[in-house]
Design a protein around this ligand. Structure first.
Ligand SMILES: NC(=O)c1ccc[n+]([C@@H]2O[C@H](COP(=O)([O-])OP(=O)(O)OC[C@H]3O[C@@H](n4cnc5c(N)ncnc54)[C@H](OP(=O)(O)O)[C@@H]3O)[C@@H](O)[C@H]2O)c1
Length: 215
C-alpha cells in the first residue's frame, strides 16, 4: 500500500489526506506542533491514517505533499525526501509570507524555491489553484463531461506521471504546464488561479497568463 506523507495539515493538507484515504492510500500527516494536536483529524480519517512529526511524515511517505505557508518551506526536512516525488501546493502571499525578493523580481518561482531546497527530490507543483473545499466536492470519474482539470508542473517525467495518476484517482484531469519554471503560469492572479476549468479552458488560461511585471 502506498503511503502519502503530508507536511501540513491545514485546509489543503487535511483535504488531500481525505482524498488519499478514500482512494486506498495510507496517510502520515503532520503539522508544526505535537502530533497529538491532529488526533481529531486522524480519527476522522480512519485506520489508514496516523499523525506524526514532519520528519516522520517525510520518512514514511512514498509520495510527500508539502502544504505549509510558503514562508516556512525551509523547515521541510531534506534528507528523508531524497529521490522522492514531492508535491508542492504552495503559493506566495507577501502579506502572509513576507517579501521574498527572488519572487518579487520574478527571477524564480515558488516551486523552484522548494526544488532548490530539496535538490535531489522530484518536485511537482499541484493543487495550488483549487480552493481546499473543492478538492472533495469537484472531483468526478475519468471521462465525465466537463471534468475539472488541475495543472501540474515539474522537471521529472516519472514524477509527473505519478502525480497525474493520483489526480485522476482523486477525480481530476491534468494539464501539464511543462517544467517547474513555467509554474508561474498558474500563480496567484493568473486567469486559471481559482475558477473551475476543464483541461481545454486551463490550457487557454496558461497561454494567456502574464508575469507580474507585464500586468
Ligand atoms: N487554502 C486554500 O484553499 C489553498 C488552495 C491552494 C493552495 N494553497 C496553498 O497551500 C499552502 C497551505 O495552505 P493552507 O490553506 O492549507 O494553509 P493552513 O490552513 O494555514 O495550514 C498550514 C499547515 O501547515 C502547517 N505548518 C506550518 N508550518 C509548518 C512547518 N514548519 N512544518 C510542518 N507543518 C507546518 C500548519 O501547522 P500548524 O497548525 O501547527 O501551524 C498547518 O497544518 C499555502 O502555501 C497556500 O497558499 C491554499
Amino acid at each position: 500500500m502506498t503511503t502519502i506523507g503530508l507536511i501540513g495539515a491545514g485546509h489543503i493538507g487535511s483535504q488531500v489526506a481525505r482524498l488519499a484515504v478514500r482512494n486506498g492510500y495510507k496517510v502520515v500527516i503532520s503539522n508544526s506542533r505535537d502530533p497529538k494536536t491532529l488526533t481529531g483529524l486522524v480519527a476522522e480519517l480512519g485506520p489508514n491514517a496516523r499523525a506524526a512529526t514532519a520528519l516522520e511524515a517525510a520518512q514514511a511517505g512514498d509520495i510527500v505533499v508539502v502544504t505549509v505557508p510558503l514562508k516556512n518551506y525551509r523547515d521541510v526536512p531534506v534528507d528523508p525526501l531524497i529521490g522522492k516525488t514531492v508535491i508542492d501546493t504552495n503559493n506566495y502571499y507577501p502579506e502572509r509570507d513576507g517579501h521574498i525578493s527572488e519572487l518579487d523580481n520574478e527571477s524564480t518561482t515558488t516551486s523552484e524555491l522548494l526544488q532548490a531546497h530539496l535538490p535531489t527530490s522530484k518536485v511537482v507543483k499541484a493543487f495550488n489553484h483549487i480552493y481546499a473545499a473543492e478538492l472533495t466536492t469537484h472531483g468526478q470519474p475519468a471521462g465525465s463531461k466537463n471534468r475539472r482539470a488541475l495543472v501540474i508542473a515539474g522537471d521529472d517525467p516519472d514524477a509527473k506521471a505519478t502525480v497525474t495518476r493520483l489526480l485522476d484517482q482523486f477525480g481530476f484531469d491534468t494539464v501539464d504546464a511543462c517544467p517547474l519554471r513555467e509554474g508561474w503560469r498558474i500563480q496567484r492572479d493568473t486567469p486559471g488561479y481559482g475558477p473551475r476549468r476543464t483541461a481545454e479552458e486551463l490550457r487557454r488560461d496558461l497561454a494567456a497568463a502574464k508575469r507580474y511585471a507585464e500586468m
